[in-house]
Design a protein around this ligand. Sequence first.
Ligand code: AMP
Ligand code: MG
Length: 289
Amino acid sequence: MGKKQAAAASVRDALRVTPGSESVLLKPGDTPIGPTSKAKATEELAEAGAELAALQEALWAEGTFGGGDRRVLLVLQGMDTSGKGGTIEHVFGLMNPQGVRVASFKKPTPAERRHDFLWRIRKQVPGPGLVGVFDRSHYEDVLVVRVENLVEPPVWEARYQQINDFESELVEQGVAVVKCFLHISAEEQKARLLARLEDPAKRWKYNPDDLIARAKWSQYEQAYAAALGRCSTAVAPWYVVPADRKWYRNWAIARILLETLRDLDPQLPSIDFDLDAELKRLKKNDPLG
Ligand code: AMP
Ligand code: MG
């Protein structure tokens, strides 16, 4: 593939999960498209950032002043230390905080448990003009819940279809739903957990319960494969983001968002005043005489 073609190739096409697939084909260390060095990835991330920021501002203007109802929702899922927080810091940090919303989903509270699993999720869907990100999501209800047997199998089994219905409803309302699985290896997780324990500044991030999930690695692999295969749909696809290298993860997610926003092609609101008249007024209007 020539250089030009490579630059134009779609990251979404390279990382998208085929609907109905039964296993995750990409490996955590793969670089199926894009930069193969940290230096190049960092350079390209900065370039993508400038365009991302401009498109996000246009989307915000369209939704806030232009009456549009379009928005973006990025769902991040992955094992502990896969980089959900790092992605939010490095990719969402490129955009204007005014137009960005972050929601994190932890173990449901007793109040949340009294409702359907989508109740707390619906409340956090970004409003018009916003780019929202979910740090964990409704997918926990077919991941940890399935692995830990927190509900009976027929209950979680029914959720794949409920999730697909919910997401297609969102798409109809103008939400571009983008779902990224941050794919790390068990070895890389061990290194990152060790780093958390060894560095006093990172120690707070360590949770002894992380080792419970880690011990069930292959059960999580199966649960992820099922969620990705069954819930990667034409309207709301899943992407597998190789995440053993942080620079590749950040680059890939920035590019997936960029492609999504370019497709939306947000429109700046049109002005409802006479431009020439306003320019003349301003030039004449000098408060300092
Ligand atoms: P963290 O994101 O590392 O702060 O951890 C949040 C924890 O909450 C993880 O262990 C998740 O598996 C757990 N969690 C999130 N959503 C659910 C859910 N619906 N049911 C059970 N546990 C959940
Ligand atoms: Mg954690």
